[in-house]
Design a protein around this ligand. Structure first.
Ligand code: MG
Length: 391
């Protein structure tokens, strides 16, 4: 498979923070992907919420299945745009490693707890997982991934955190947020694959959970145009018993339409801008994109999901309980660091008497909580507070 001149070539990688000899049979990005799949944080994704709590149903997406769907969509688009599939796969599989338990509810609660100590951002935490928190190698902390993989993982970053990163690693992955330049096309592609994946699977999970209905989705043209098209072709799918099949076919066509749209719009943008190489890509506006029409349609769907699903009273109820679990766990570990597992308790103890001790200790607690699965957080909370808030 030939890569486009503006794709990320593994042989031209900006390398790893700790130099390592090349692997005999794998490219550098394939090696990154393998390191990610074998890491502990990756296995925990299976027990972390996407929208529905992990235990609410066996068929709903978790962060793991979401990440696999992003990788699948990303790879197939990368292939047809002659971009680096392996890099896209590595970024996609790692992009959510820093997510807290309980989805966005957990992230918001932890961010609120950490506000006096520099805040909490899940993208930055994903980078922290692969740079620092994984302990698997004798010579270094983290997974020692390539620059291009780390750059893709850090999808967003506040200016203040970018400045901190820049101090630690001059010209590194924080730089582009200060210069306002773009990452590789592979990283850009992962962002859109992420969006396409969650829009589609949240409809699927939302409808199957009974919280939203295909009938309600008639206000969303991106979904409803396909529903009507399918019913015209297969009138029998209008039967109640065929509802699932109608749902899946609708989502399938919607996914294909979005993927085809991204590929067409991005190819055109690439052709127009004609970047000679990756360095040129970085200086241009984002080239991986929806067409304007699709971006508008996708926006309508996102806003529907926000109001009808993510803010559904039933989801909000669990959201509030999940936030309480995170807030109370944070307060307890802050007061009693020895209640954390050994490694984290030791990290906290070692900070005694150092400069910025309170901030550094809070970060240890945040790292510990962010790494938890939904059920571990629920049980820990019950053990420490005597109260079971979630099933
Ligand atoms: Mg995601």
């Amino acid at each position: 498979m030939t890569l486009a001149p503006y794709a990320c070539h593994p042989d031209h990688s900006r390398g790893r923070r700790f130099a390592q000899p090349p692997a005999p049979t794998r490219t550098e990005f394939q090696r990154d992907r393998d390191r990610i799949v074998h890491c502990t944080a990756f296995r925990r994704l299976v027990y972390k919420t996407q929208v529905f709590l992990n235990h609410e149903g066996d068929l709903f997406r978790t962060r793991l299945t979401h990440s696999l769907e992003v990788a699948q969509l990303g790879r197939s688009m990368a292939r047809s745009l002659s971009l680096n599939e392996d890099l896209v796969e590595a970024i996609a599989l790692a992009h959510d490693l820093g997510h807290t338990p309980f989805g966005h509810a957990g992230q918001d609660a932890l961010n609120a707890c950490m506000r006096p100590f520099g805040g909490f951002e899940h993208n930055l935490q994903s980078l922290r997982v692969v740079d620092t928190l994984e302990e698997r190698y004798p010579e270094f902390d983290g997974l020692n991934l390539c620059f291009e993989t780390r750059e893709g993982i850090l999808k967003h970053c506040s200016a203040i955190n970018a400045q901190t990163l820049e101090q630690l690693e001059p010209g590194g992955v924080g730089r582009r947020f200060l210069d306002r330049t773009q990452p590789s096309l592979e990283a850009q592609l992962c962002n859109l694959a992420d969006e396409i994946a969650y829009n589609a699977h949240d409809i699927d999970d939302g409808v199957r959970s009974g919280l939203i209905s295909l009938a309600q989705l008639q206000q969303v043209p991106l979904v409803d145009d396909f529903r009507r098209q399918i019913l015209a072709e297969f009138p029998a799918l209008g039967e109640r018993s065929q509802g699932r099949r109608l749902l899946y076919e609708t989502i399938r066509r919607m996914l294909s339409a979005q993927v085809n749209d991204v590929m067409a719009a991005s190819s055109q943008a690439i052709e127009r801008a004609a970047p000679a190489d990756l360095a040129a890509v970085r200086q241009l506006p984002a080239l991986i994109q929806f067409s304007e029409a699709m971006a508008a349609r996708s926006q309508v769907l996102k806003s529907f999901l926000l109001h009808q699903l993510y803010r559904h009273s039933q989801v909000m109820h669990t959201t509030r309980l999940a936030q309480q679990v995170v807030q109370e766990l944070f307060a307890i570990y802050q007061a009693q660091p020895a209640e954390m597992t050994e490694g984290f308790a030791a990290r906290s103890t070692a900070l005694a008497g150092t400069a910025d001790e309170a901030t550094a200790r809070a970060r240890v607690v945040a790292d510990y909580i962010a790494g938890m699965t939904d059920r571990f957080a629920t049980r820990e909370h019950e053990r420490l507070s005597g109260q079971r808030l979630l099933p």
